[in-house]
Design a protein around this ligand. Structure first.
Ligand SMILES: Nc1nc2c(ncn2[C@@H]2O[C@H](COP(=O)(O)OP(=O)(O)OP(=O)(O)O)[C@@H](O)[C@H]2O)c(=O)[nH]1
Ligand SMILES: [Mg+2]
Length: 276
């Protein structure tokens, strides 16, 4: 459909249904030159999304010369983030937008986005600018060296959290420690298993049935994917300046359930290359 400016309306994607499984090859057309597909999960991020998209597009243009796509996956936000993103997509051919109306939740949003992705490298970044867009360039450089997974970490040189309360630091470190005890061969493989900012090679999770719970998509892909080479880059988790956090106690409970589910799936001695 053409509008008054004569430009075509970009598609507004619906979420794929069925299992949370990424195909080995891109599904959305042949002959695509997209190398990186970066998913941006959103819920009420209207105030952040435009700045993030514009920064990512300028930064990624240099190394990728247009061979990337940003996929906003919005869970039908009351602030209509999806509508704003869809409007932005009219003038931005790198941007694709999915509006989910039935399924909810951060981790499944990321995988649904990857299911329509065209690139061989799949990524995820928060929409609220807490993940510095410049770090995406470092992630790209690392994965281009051949890593299967590259994680932006708060817990190595160059990493940190800007202004977290003592309680939040304690909960985050406690959750990591518990994870290392319950699932050492998964959680212990990275310094920041709670990171929601990483790039992964499509082949490492292709055809694997993912069953995430809650927020921690990274432990799911490490637990079930085929990942040999992991790299990390440091980043400082920024304060959120616009919009509100969605983190509640439920995320901590979900994390514990997720740990147990992965532990049961992998037996007493988790296999890092196991998949279903
Ligand atoms: N699609 C979708 N995105 C979500 C959902 N929950 C959170 N998000 C997005 O996931 C990203 C991380 O969520 P946040 O609430 O910022 O969580 P956080 O960064 O760990 O916590 P804060 O420091 O408190 O912001 C943001 O881009 C959110 O908009 C959800 O249920 N569905
Ligand atoms: Mg946040």
């Amino acid at each position: 459909m053409k509008d008054a400016r004569g430009t075509s309306d970009p598609p507004l994607y619906a979420a794929p249904s069925g299992p949370l499984r990424v195909s080995p090859k891109e599904m959305s057309g042949t002959g695509s030159d997209v190398r990186l597909s970066l998913v941006i999960p959103t819920f009420n991020e209207r105030q952040n999304i435009e700045a993030l998209i514009s920064q990512l597009c300028s930064l990624l243009e240099a190394p990728l010369a247009g061979a990337f796509e940003l996929i906003v996956v919005d869970d039908d936000s009351p602030d209509e983030t999806w509508r704003l993103a869809h409007e932005l997509a009219r003038d931005n051919p790198r941007l694709r937008v999915m509006r989910r109306t039935t399924e909810k939740g951060l981790s499944s949003a990321v995988i649904r986005g990857w299911q329509i992705a065209r690139g061989d490298i799949l990524g995820v970044i928060d929409a609220d600018l807490q993940h510095p867009p410049e770090t995406a360039l470092k992630l790209w450089n690392e994965i281009a060296q051949g890593a299967d997974l590259v994680v932006a970490s708060r817990n190595i040189k160059g990493g940190g959290v800007s202004d977290w309360s003592i309680i939040r630091r304690f909960l985050s470190r406690g959750a990591q420690l518990l994870g290392t005890i319950v699932l050492p061969k998964v959680v212990g493989r990275v310094t920041d298993p709670m990171s929601g900012f990483f790039f992964i090679r499509r082949q490492s999770i292709a055809d694997v049935a993912l069953k995430p719970l809650g927020y921690k998509i990274l432990i799911e892909v490490i637990g079930r994917g085929r990942i040999k080479w992991i790299s990390e880059v440091g980043y400082v988790f920024q304060e959120r300046t616009e919009g509100g956090s969605k983190v509640t106690w439920k995320q901590y409970i979900d994390y514990l359930r997720h740990l147990m589910r992965l532990r049961l799936a992998s037996g007493a001695s988790p296999q890092t290359d196991q998949h279903e």
